[in-house]
Design a protein around this ligand. Structure first.
Ligand SMILES: Nc1ncnc2c1ncn2[C@@H]1O[C@H](COP(=O)(O)OP(=O)(O)OP(=O)(O)O)[C@@H](O)[C@H]1O
Length: 215
């Protein structure tokens, strides 16, 4: 990752159902940033991440990736983006190994099988690679989904609750990975209900943008 990337969030407002969740949300991120979106249940963190990932439309405002409106450069944006939503995003009928192989092919990762063995070890699934995902625990399934992060070449990671169902040591390993991603010029945006053990993290509290005039 050599080039400097920028994500600009310009005066976003978001509505779900008949409720306006937040308004006038602006911030800029660039290569090296590691950010947590914070706020209580239901404030709109997932809604914001889905807008940033181009999966939902804002009520108003724009998201720009390297100066281009993301709705106008979808192909380039999706090439540069890895979005991991709340749900695991795995194929339950495939084994852990087959899921990783699938991510590798879908993610244009040209490295061979060796990286997959390394990643299996990183996510603590070495020895369980031949088990179909549906027969693994919730935390192990989440680890398969997170394996994509080690395989990914994308500079921008948007991660909704990546630590859900992950044990303490897993949180530490993942946090180090996020720091490395930022250090090598990536951008990491995440939500988490647990404390993220990193001094490199910037926290953005959605509460300050909450729309209070819904009644
Ligand atoms: N499908 C939907 N239709 C209408 N309103 C919805 C829908 N899904 C969520 N909402 C509303 O949008 C608000 C924001 O939801 P969102 O999932 O973005 O919050 P969150 O901050 O990520 O919450 P949590 O911390 O519980 O994951 C909620 O208060 C909910 O009332």
């Amino acid at each position: 990752m050599q080039s400097v990337n920028q994500l600009k969030i310009d005066r976003l407002a978001c509505q779900r159902g008949d409720k306006i969740l937040f308004t006038d949300l602006s911030f800029n991120l660039q290569s090296g940033d590691f950010v947590q979106i914070e706020g209580h249940n239901g404030i709109g963190k997932t809604s914001l991440l889905r807008i940033l990932a181009g999966l939902a439309q804002p009520l108003s405002g724009k998201v720009r990736w390297n100066s281009e409106d993301i709705s106008k450069c979808r192909e380039e944006y999706y090439y540069d983006l890895l979005y991991l939503g709340h749900h695991a995003g795995i194929k339950p009928e495939l084994t852990a190994w087959e899921n990783l192989k699938f991510y590798q092919q879908a993610g244009h990762c040209r490295q061979g099988d060796e990286i997959l063995w390394n990643v299996l070890e990183k996510v603590g699934l070495l020895g369980r690679e031949d088990i179909v995902a549906s027969q693994l625990s919730a935390g192990q399934q989440k680890r398969i989904a997170l394996a994509r992060l080690w395989i990914s070449q994308a500079p921008l990671w948007i991660l909704d609750e990546p630590f859900n169902a992950i044990d303490k040591n897993g949180v530490k390993v993942l946090t180090e990975l996020f720091e490395q991603q930022a250090e090598k010029g990536g951008i990491v945006i995440l939500t988490s209900h647990q404390e993220v053990p990193s001094s490199a993290l910037t926290v953005l509290n959605l509460a300050q943008y909450k729309f209070t005039d819904n009644e």
